[in-house]
Design a protein. Structure first.
Length: 290
């Protein structure tokens, strides 16, 4: 269990009674959450109150703490301990400290900056909770690449999306890599996963009842450019993005009923979903708020 403290050996105080426990090897079982457990293992569906996520780098940990997530323990490079002492003190939990050479061997060292934090996963929101007060919504269908999910969240946060809805099979935004790529914005933007029995028709109807104009990002016959005036004038917009391989499913396209495209040059027909979402968010979410 992350945060469970071992014996007294190797323990030191780091300000205001916070504890640092020096660990000689990444093979220590107390580091399982950081080194050996997969995202699936960290996420307990049977006991969601015990589910854990891993936040990497000081910036991401700070964003998570600001959002109210509960820290369980830290894993810190001994060369970074002093500079991270204030953050560990703020969190109020134990820090396991690895020698620099051991920490360097961990995958992702160059991006975690020698600091990781195991945190309790936040309680999931309902679709209604995520949509409360929202006017600009991104809806993601079956994105399987957690990097793309993280990148979409980062663009959503930066460019004015108020909420994100996920299809039942969309990749987990709280997976380790998604959290890292998003720079912690998965903790800032309200999001919810749609129930399987409500996807896709039910959620489209629900959005319509809330006054949203639903638009599919798709190369469909009759699709209009995203800067078309008829699109820009909508008071509330829900943009649907499909998976990386084949885009939005036919059932989803039929339920949404209207498609938009980004005008392209040089014979290019589409962009990666992370890139296209950023362009769409700028055009339909951000520009109108400036």
């Amino acid at each position: 269990m992350p945060g469970r403290q071992g014996g007294q050996a190797g323990r030191q105080e780091i300000g205001m009674g916070m504890q640092a426990i020096r660990v000689e090897s990444a093979g220590d079982p107390r580091l399982d959450a950081y080194v050996r457990l997969t995202d699936r293992q960290l996420r307990s569906r049977l006991e969601p109150e015990k589910s854990v996520l891993i936040a990497e780098s000081r910036l991401v940990v700070e964003v998570a703490l600001d959002a109210g997530l509960r820290p369980l323990s830290f894993l810190v490079d001994d060369a970074r301990l002093e500079s991270c002492a204030d953050l560990i003190e703020r969190a109020g939990c134990v820090a396991y400290v690895l020698p620099h050479d051991q920490m360097e061997r961990l995958t992702g060292f160059n991006v975690n900056r020698g600091l990781l934090c195991a945190m309790r996963r936040p309680r999931p929101q309902t679709v209604g909770q995520a949509l409360s007060g929202a006017r600009r919504v991104a809806v993601l269908e079956d994105l399987v690449d957690v990097t793309n999910v993280g990148a979409v969240f980062r663009s959503a946060a930066a460019l004015g999306a108020d909420a994100v809805l996920l299809s039942p099979r969309c990749a987990d935004p709280l997976g380790r890599r998604a959290v890292r790529v998003s720079m912690g914005t998965v903790f800032k933007v309200p999001w919810a996963r749609v129930d399987p029995d409500a996807w896709p028709t039910g959620v489209v109807e629900d959005l319509g009842r809330h006054g949203f104009s639903c638009l599919a990002m798709a190369l469909e016959e009759g699709a209009v450019p995203i800067d078309d005036q008829s699109v820009a004038c909508a008071e509330r917009v829900a943009l649907f993005f499909g998976c990386e391989g084949y885009g939005l499913a036919r059932e989803t396209l039929d339920a949404v009923g209207r498609s938009v495209i980004i005008p392209m040059s040089h014979g290019v027909d589409s962009l990666n979903v992370a890139a296209s979402s950023a362009v769409a968010f700028w055009e339909l979410f951000a520009r109108g708020r400036r």
